[in-house]
Design a protein around this ligand. Structure first.
Ligand code: FAD
Ligand code: NDP
Length: 450
């Protein structure tokens, strides 16, 4: 069988795959991109985008409550028509799909709506038997949600099932203490569910600064979310149409309408023909890549969640663009620096972080100082709200170079980006303090810390 010839074949049209395809095409390469499912992958369809839509709705619900406290004539419990919210959310996603389709046409990238697998270092076979050959193959097949292996786990859902909900369940358990658990807990609570967050460890958000994670747990509890540490799910059972959870620790055995597992994601490497092509995995099961996204096979590259490194959309995009700049744009050294990647957990309020937490900084540097600002943001104070803000800087060395910026509070999601630039550029505490504040804002606290 003759194979169609390309310069680049991309497996997957999520954040990383689309970025690779568009950037390669912009450099003049002939590109084919395989995607059996919806364009945009996890982020657009069952990740960042629908999540942020739900977070924005939840944020509005909280603001409506504050508005009532300030004297606006709004009902004590304003009703939300979920179908309308879902319809708006879907319309937004449909518009993104349409814009991708337009760009595919404009750039000449061939979109093949098929699953692909490697036959060798140059050949991809589609699930209808069609074969494609290219000098460069990019694997960008993403990741999928994991459920723990426990009896009755099938009764629980994952974040994918959260996006299929047609209304807020009355009583919901969320298992896990990471990004997704915290985000779903906040959204469902604000939209009317009674939420129990079941965390097997003793803190939220391992990897983030512990002090901020502790303050976040306090904030969630103050809102009325049940945050249970040292709590392990032993089994789930169906009882009279509801889900009975046998719990070791936490609230003890309890019954819920919905149980959602947010217990991590695994790289999607199955059925890709990796073994046949000789592509090695690392010991976590992700595709092993070097700093230039090279896999163990020359000519085959991997980007995004499938590499298991910083599972974030902008990371997948940045790695993919730099890879194509290197392979097709004449930029021989282009590669992504994975240090100091900023990220935001869309909790209520959001938690944004860049650089090292205090614990990590103390492991790396001899001299570490920390600087805090705790306050109640103005709207919360005016409306007698529960939200508390904690901003923290972590500095290292004599010159107090800022090595970590950690913001928990309203607006942290929008504030962090600019300060992440400063951190990446090597800002010192003194330089932050030399910057004139913008008043009255929450952001000014970052330059006013002593
Ligand atoms: P994906 O976007 O998952 O795309 C992979 C694509 O490959 C899929 O479309 C899949 O169908 C396709 N595919 C799989 N196998 C094959 C095959 N054999 N052949 C062809 N195609 C194949 N990140 C953020 O930065 N901010 C957020 O707020 C955020 N929120 C999130 C919320 C949730 C609930 C989740 C689950 C994730 C969130 N993320 C967020 C993470 C982000 O979505 C991912 O890091 C990002 O989508 C990874 O992009 P990717 O290209 O590696 O993979
Ligand atoms: P995380 O790795 O963030 O968290 C997983 C959580 O599940 C941890 O608390 C972990 O506990 C717990 N856990 C793991 N296994 C079990 C188990 N068997 N039983 C009970 N608890 C368990 O993964 P998420 O699923 O929350 O998110 C996946 C990735 O997606 C994130 O790491 C992030 O990169 C990305 N993402 C980014 C977002 C953003 O940018 N806003 C939003 C959502 C996702 P322990 O700590 O004890 O291991």
């Amino acid at each position: 069988m003759t194979a169609r010839q390309y310069d680049v074949v991309v497996l997957g049209a999520g954040s990383g795959g689309l970025a690779a395809a568009f950037r390669a095409a912009a450099h003049g390469a002939k590109v084919a991109m395989l995607e059996p499912s919806a364009l945009g992958g996890t982020c657009v369809n069952v990740g960042c985008v629908p999540k942020k839509a739900m977070w924005l709705a939840a944020d509005l619900a909280e603001r409506i409550a504050l508005a009532a406290k300030l004297g606006f004539d709004v009902p004590a419990t304003p009703a939300l028509a979920w179908p309308q919210l879902l319809q708006r959310r879907q319309q937004y996603i449909d518009n993104i799909h349409a814009s991708y389709r337009r760009r595919l046409q404009e750039t000449g990238v061939a979109h093949i709506a098929r699953r692909g697998r490697l036959l060798d270092a140059r050949t991809v076979e589609c699930d209808d038997g069609m074969r494609l050959q290219a000098r460069h193959i990019v694997i960008a097949t993403g990741s999928h949600a994991l459920k723990p292996a426990l009896p009755g786990a099938g009764l629980g859902g994952t974040s994918d099932d959260f996006f299929a909900l047609q209304a807020a369940p009355s009583r919901v358990a969320i298992v896990g203490g990471g990004y997704i658990a915290v985000e779903l807990a906040g959204v469902l609570h604000a939209l009317g569910s009674e939420v129990a967050l079941l965390v097997r460890g003793q803190r939220l958000l391992g990897g983030f600064d512990a002090e901020l994670a502790g303050q976040l747990a306090e904030n969630l509890r103050a809102q009325g979310i049940g945050v249970h540490f040292d709590c392990r799910v032993q089994a789930l059972e169906q009882r009279e149409g509801r889900i009975h959870a046998r719990l070791d620790g936490g609230p003890g055995d309890a019954t819920f309408d919905t149980v959602l597992f947010a217990t991590g994601r695994a790289p999607s490497t199955g059925g890709l023909g990796l073994e046949q092509a000789g592509v090695a995995l690392d010991d976590t099961g992700a595709i092993a890549v070097d700093a230039f996204q090279n896999t163990s096979v020359p000519g085959i590259f991997a980007v995004g969640d499938v590499t298991g490194r910083a599972m974030l959309t902008p990371v997948a995009i940045a790695a993919a663009r730099r890879l194509m700049d290197r392979l097709h744009g004449g930029q021989a050294d282009a590669h992504l620096d994975y240090d100091n990647v900023p990220s935001v957990v869309f909790s209520h309020p959001p938690l944004g972080s860049v650089g090292l937490g205090e614990e990590a900084a103390r492991r790396r540097f001899d001299m570490v100082t920390t600087h805090h600002s705790r306050f109640r943001p103005m709207l919360q104070a005016l409306g007698d709200g529960q939200g508390r803000t904690l901003f923290k800087l972590v500095c290292a060395g004599e010159e107090q170079k800022v090595v970590g910026i950690h913001l928990l509070g309203e607006g942290a999601d929008e504030i962090l980006q600019g300060f992440a630039v400063a951190l990446k550029a090597g800002v010192t505490l003194r330089q932050l303090q030399d910057t004139v504040a913008i008043h009255p804002t929450s952001a000014e606290e970052v330059v006013l810390m002593r």
